[in-house]
Each structure stands twice: as C-alpha cells, then as structure tokens.
Design a protein around this ligand. Structure first.
Ligand code: HDE
Length: 704
C-alpha cells in the first residue's frame, strides 16, 4: 500500500485481515481496526479489489472500470531500464566519520572537523550480469559511495579492484559489448568465460594487469563486507590556498578480506543467487554493521614525474609499500533500504559529482566517465529531474533556477527564475566567488591528437608484480581460473593468444595454463609495446590471504544437527561464537527443528537440502548416533560434508558423526582442519581455529 510519507507497516500484518463472504459468493478483505481504506491513486475509496466491473457475472469487462484500468496501467509501466553496466546491485545507508581535519590537503567541508559525520549511501554491484543475475558471478564489484556533505553531494564511484581493463574511455563500449552476452545468441549471462570476451582481451595488452586481478579471488568475494574499494583514478585534493595534491582513494574493510573458492561460487549461485545481498541485509539487521576505513595515498608532481608509470593511467597502481595508505575516516553501514526501487534502483552516482576541495585529473578514463554517467541516468530515470528523487537530492540547502521538465517536484514560487535580476523583494540565489566550486586553474595547451601517451605503454610489469605478490594458493587459483575461462573459449587461436601474453607476465603461470588447456605447442610471447618488462618488488598488500581477518567476527558456522544433539555442546558452541561476534545457524533434516538431548526444541534455520555448507564459513557436525546413520543415507547431508572438506573449511565434529564422514568420502586420518568436540571446552578452540578461515594445507591431499 502506498501511503505518502508513512512508514507504518502494520497494514501488512496478516492478523488484521478479515476475510468476509460477499453477497455474490465472492470473498474479500475489508478494512478493520485502524487499517486504512484502500484507495485509487486519485484517493477514491475502493469497495472491491478482487473483481473487475463486468456486465453480469460472466459478461465482458467494462471500459468504465477506472480502478482496473488505473491498476493495470500503472503495473504495465513499473519497469525502468536497467543500468547498462552494474545492473545488479544492492545498497545500504550509513555515515562517514572524519578522523581528523585534513585542511592542509583539502578544503572539502566533510574533512574539516574531527568526528564530523556525513550521511552516506553505498551501492555494491556486479558489472556484466543483468539485474536478475546471480550474486557470486566471477566479476568486478562496483563500490559506489554517495556522501551527502554540507557543500553538496560527493560521489566516489569505485570498484573493488584498483585498476581497470582499458586506458581510454573510447574503448568502454567495446569492452562491455565483448563481456556481455554475445549479441546473436544472447548468452552467456554474467560470465566472461566466452570467446568474445577473451578475443577482445587478448587483443588488448593494456588489460593484462586487470586480467591478473579478475582471475584472482578478488572477483569472487565472500561478501560485500569483506572486500576493498578503490577510487581507481588519480584525483586531486585542493586546499583553501589553491594548492593541489594528487590522491588515490581506498576503502579498507575492518572485517578483513575474504573470498570464496571457485567451486563454492558455482554452487552458491544455485543455492542462493542472492547470497551477497542477503548477507548485507542480515548483517545490518543483526546490528553487525560493516565498516570500511577511507585511506588516501597522496603525492605531488615530483613523485608523479619520477614514478615508473603514468599517474593518469588507470591500469596502474601505486603500491602501498611505495606510498603508504593513510586512514582518514570510517564508513559505517547501519541501515538497510526501506524500498529497494526507490533507493537502490533510483540512486544515480556520477563521477562529476564533486565538492569544493576535490578535483579531477586528465586520466582519459575519468574524463570519459564524467560525460557518461549523467547521460545514462537521463535515459534510465527518464527526466533531468532525477535529482529531485530523495535518494539523489542533496541533504544541504540548495538553490538554483533550473526548472520544469518531466516530474518536476521542486517548483519555486514567485516571479524570478533567472539571474542576475534586480528584484529586491525575492531576488533569489547568486554565485559566490569565495564559497563556490572553482576548478583548479591547471594550464593546458597542446595539439589536438588521437594518440595514446608513450607513458602508458608498459602493460606487463605491474601484471607480473600482482602475480608474484600472491601466496602459492592464490597463484594456483589464478592459473585455475585462466584455465577454466579459456577452456570455455571455443576458438583455439584465442586461447593461444592469451597464453602468449601470459608468457610476458610469468613463465610458470603460462606453462600451467598451457598445460591446463592441453595446448600442443607453446606460442611465442606477444610482442610488447614496451619490450623491457621491469621486475618490480612484490607488494604483500595485494594478497587477500595475507590481509585476512584477525577474528572470526561477522562469519557463520553451519551446524548439522539431528534429534538428540548434545544440548551442552550446542549451547557451548553458540556461546563461543557469540563471544567472537560470529553466528551459529542450524541445519537439520526438517526446518521444524530438532529436540536436543535434554528435550529442548531448536527450530532449524535451514532444511539440509536448502542449507548446503557453501553458505557457511565453517561447519560443525553434531548429529546423535541415530541421526548420523540417517544423514549418512541423505545425499544432501553427504554433500554438506564433502563440500566443506573440499573447500578446506574447518570442521568441528562429534564422535557420533563418524559414519557420515565416512560416507562423505573423508579419509579416516583427520587433518588439522578437523576439530573434535568432546566437551564444551573444545568450542573456544574451534572458533579460534576458524579465524584463519580455511585449512589450506588440505589442498595437496585434494589435488592428488
Ligand atoms: Fe562505470 N558506469 N564506467 N566504472 N560504474 C556506470 O552509470 C563508465 C568505470 C562504476 O551503483 C554507468 O549509472 C564508463 C570504472 C560503478 O549505480 C555508466 C567507463 C569504474 C557503477 C558507466 C566506466 C566504474 C558504474 C552505468 C570507462 C571504477 C555503478 C549506470 C571510461 C572506478 C554505479 C550508471 C551504481 C556505472 C560508465 C568505467 C565504476 C554507463 C564510460 C573505471 C560502481 O555511466
């Protein structure tokens, strides 16, 4: 029910509904108690919302039925175009808190006062899939932040990867066409594992650094809460004296980094296509508010001039070991949306939305983005008045003479709609040379040319740096991902062309992928635009596993339970997890739950078929002896255990679980990822083991 300005949800309660039989044998719900009367959009009370107006009980429907026509008409027009990229997203509200004044660097109002809280809205997204695609597709994640500052909205429209595929915006339509479903057949959906994508990429050496990132576990995050965000481009901070400092923006999750493994991702997309959005919704609902710290890397022209790469090239990073990331504030997400469409769908981010104290650089990708966002939003939201939609409107006072247009909601009163004017009674706003936004007066001159700067030409050095900065496990995942994706490319020449680039990055990687593909002959290395690759030092900040969490907080254990589960162990495990800030979810043969050894009923969170172990960070096998025998016959229960084992999860178990473990194919010699629970005092030990998230040493046994 739409009731303007009301957040009263009591109208949705079933208990209030009174179902009555009407005179013609029809049944309908009538308003009762303090339930409001249903109306049309015109406010006309509705008597019957179940039956259209007809001639007789079985006759034709009348055109005169304004209620039917209004309802169907509105429904017919409910959809707006989805975003051309980043269509699938999920948003939440929160705030940004400034740690300390940054006035030496920027005059941006939000950075002026220690402890200042600026309202924020964040939308996370995948890039290639459509609005209905699965959350855990292998893809870059959007990390778009709108900060409603006191001097206007600042949008930091970033990704969870600090570099991009291309160097110049003019290639963006080609890149996205190649990544999206192929135009003749309309598939594959939300996947880059197809010919067109790898054809384009293998013909674009500038993408090679990004390829290393997208083939790493960065593109299969465990949750939005456990990933980093990056502004990608070099921006400028400008202080009150007009001094400019270059800046790269980072969001660092306080929860630490965490990803899933590929086999888990594939299964998660079936088990819960909404895995990421549900995770955010649940965490915020439980009061477990995710936090990120805003980090800045700042530098001047002298650094830019001596840096090995061009700071305007969005395919390059500045390693944190070269310029450390200074933490300047924190972003907390503490409120879910009230209405998905109104907020998450209608929010319009734009790289052009900057505030005094923040400015652009000549990064050709950023320059193109500045044009694109406003343009696409006009198409998507249908009117230049999309800033009137509450999620997009500034929260500070605003005054301008822009008027009219479709759906104009801010309609100023009075005669004056231009400036300058000489009306003294209501003259309206004027510009302010002191307070107003001033672009940095950077001197620019040169010939008009369509060229790529020579300084953008090194495509392999940082790709290699990323690869050698990964742990062995992560390197293996990159090789596996490349092998998987290229095996889906049906054209052998495309596979070989990609391997020719890998040869310029790392020989071992190229060899592993070539073997994985069954390539008969190793191709020659691709001809590089700049023939000499620099051997850069590894940057540990680039590894997920080296930057994991220090605690198990915010994570979930799935406990497989049956009737007769040990009451003391179950409550002991719940208590240990609660102490850690983690959650326990019960998976049982029936969703109705189980009765423990002391006769207490515990409702289940999932029935075993609907709660596979991929949904959890670690598992506990707590069946009774009878229960274990039963579960051992249940394919979903066996998969629960076999997957947890294969995905290198920590597994707590009671002795009685032995038949289930055996049926799931787990070797009898338990590795150190298994934690026996013989009494309540073992529960804390299990939780502390879980802090390292996975028992990677199990890998070798599985590979063999
Ligand atoms: Fe975007 N991008 N982009 N992009 N982008 C859009 O704007 C574009 C790029 C990013 O949750 C579109 O409103 C061009 C880099 C995010 O609503 C569109 C280029 C980065 C979102 C657009 C890029 C991003 C978008 C589509 C190459 C990371 C989702 C819908 C020059 C720094 C925002 C929309 C949301 C969305 C254009 C490259 C991040 C078409 C032309 C690099 C997070 O305007």
């Amino acid at each position: 029910m739409a009731k303007q300005g009301s957040d009263d949800r009591t109208t949705h309660r079933f208990a209030d509904a009174e179902v009555v039989a009407g005179t013609g044998g029809e049944t309908h719900q009538v308003a009762g108690g303090d339930r409001p009367v249903l109306t049309t959009q015109q406010g006309v009370p509705v008597a019957d919302d179940q039956n259209s107006l007809k001639v007789g009980a079985r006759g034709p429907t009348l055109l005169e039925d304004f209620h039917l026509r209004e309802k169907i008409f509105h429904f017919d027009h409910e959809r707006i175009p989805e975003r051309v990229v980043h269509a699938r997203g999920y948003g939440a509200h929160g705030y940004f808190e400034t740690y300390e004044p940054l006035t030496d660097l920027t005059k941006a109002d939000l950075f002026r006062r220690k402890g200042e809280k600026t309202p924020a809205f964040v939308r996370f997204s995948t890039v290639a899939g459509n609005k209905g695609s699965a959350d855990v597709a292998r893809d870059v994640r959007g990390f778009a932040v709108k900060l409603y500052t006191k001097e206007g909205n600042w949008d930091l429209v970033g990704n969870n990867i600090p570099v991009f595929f291309i160097q110049d915006a003019i290639k963006f339509p080609d890149l996205i066409h190649a990544a999206k479903p192929e135009p003749d057949r309309g598939f594959p959906q939300a996947q880059t594992a197809h010919d067109n994508f790898w054809d384009f990429i293998s013909l674009s050496p500038e993408s090679m650094h990004m390829v290393m990132w997208i083939m790493s576990d960065r593109t299969i995050p465990r949750s939005f809460r456990f990933m980093e965000g990056f502004g990608v481009h070099t921006f400028r901070l400008v202080n009150a004296e007009g001094k400019s400092t270059y800046v790269k923006f980072h969001w660092k999750p306080k929860q630490g980094l965490q990803s899933v493994v590929w086999n888990e991702a594939v299964k998660l997309n079936g088990a819960d296509p909404d895995f990421h959005r549900r995770d955010l919704w649940d965490a915020i609902g439980a009061g477990d508010y995710p936090e990120w710290e805003l980090g800045i890397q700042t530098f001047d022209d002298a650094f830019a001039d001596k840096f090995d790469f061009d700071i305007l090239d969005a395919t390059k990073i500045i390693p944190e070991e070269v310029i450390p990331v200074r933490k300047v504030g924190r972003l907390v997400l503490d409120r879910v949306v009230d209405n998905f469409f109104a907020e998450t769908e209608q929010v319009a981010f734009c790289t052009q939305n900057v505030v005094p104290g923040i400015d652009f650089t000549n990064d050709p990708l950023l320059q193109g983005r500045n044009f694109s966002y406003l343009d696409t939003q006009l198409k998507r939201l249908g009117s230049p008045n999309f800033t009137h939609i509450p999620i997009n409107a500034p929260k500070c006072p605003f005054h301008h003479f822009q008027q009219d247009g479709h759906m104009a909601m801010h309609n100023p009163k009075g005669r004056v709609n231009y400036e300058p004017n000489s009306w003294s009674d209501a003259p309206g706003p004027r510009e302010s040379p002191d307070q107003g936004y001033r672009s940095l007066p950077v001197p620019e001159q040169g010939q008009k040319l369509r060229v790529r700067s020579e300084t953008f030409a090194d495509h392999y050095s940082q790709a290699r740096q990323f690869y050698i900065s990964q742990t062995e496990v992560e390197q293996a995942h990159i090789a596996d991902a490349l092998t998987f994706e290229l095996s889906k490319a049906e054209t052998p020449a495309i596979r070989a062309r990609m391997v020719s680039h890998l040869l310029n990055i790392d020989n071992d990687l190229a060899t592993k992928v070539a073997q994985g593909l069954g390539l008969r002959e190793m191709p020659d290395p691709a001809t590089a635009a700049r023939p000499t690759r620099q051997d850069l030092n590894p940057s540990p900040a680039l590894s997920i596993l080296l930057n994991g969490p220090k605690s198990f907080a915010g994570r979930k254990v799935g406990a497989l339970v049956t009737d007769g589960v040990d009451a003391a162990l179950l409550s002991g495990l719940a208590a240990s997890l609660e102490k850690e800030g983690a959650m326990l979810k019960l998976v049982a043969p029936h969703v109705g739950g189980v009765t423990d050894s002391e006769g207490t009923l515990h409702p289940a969170d999932e029935k075993v078929d609907g709660g596979p172990s991929v949904l959890f960070d670690a598992v506990a096998l707590l069946p009774s002896a009878d229960g274990a025998a039963l579960l051992a016959k249940h394919p979903a229960a066996r998969d629960f255990v076999a997957d947890a084992y294969a995905h290198r999860k920590f597994i707590a178990f009671v002795d009685a679980a032995a038949p289930l473990l055996a049926k799931a194919g787990v070797p009898e010699a338990r590795d150190e990822g298994f934690v026996p629970l013989t009494s309540v005092k073992d529960c804390d030990g299990f939780v502390s083991r879980c802090r390292s998230l996975r028992y990677w040493d199990r890998g070798d046994a599985l590979m063999g």
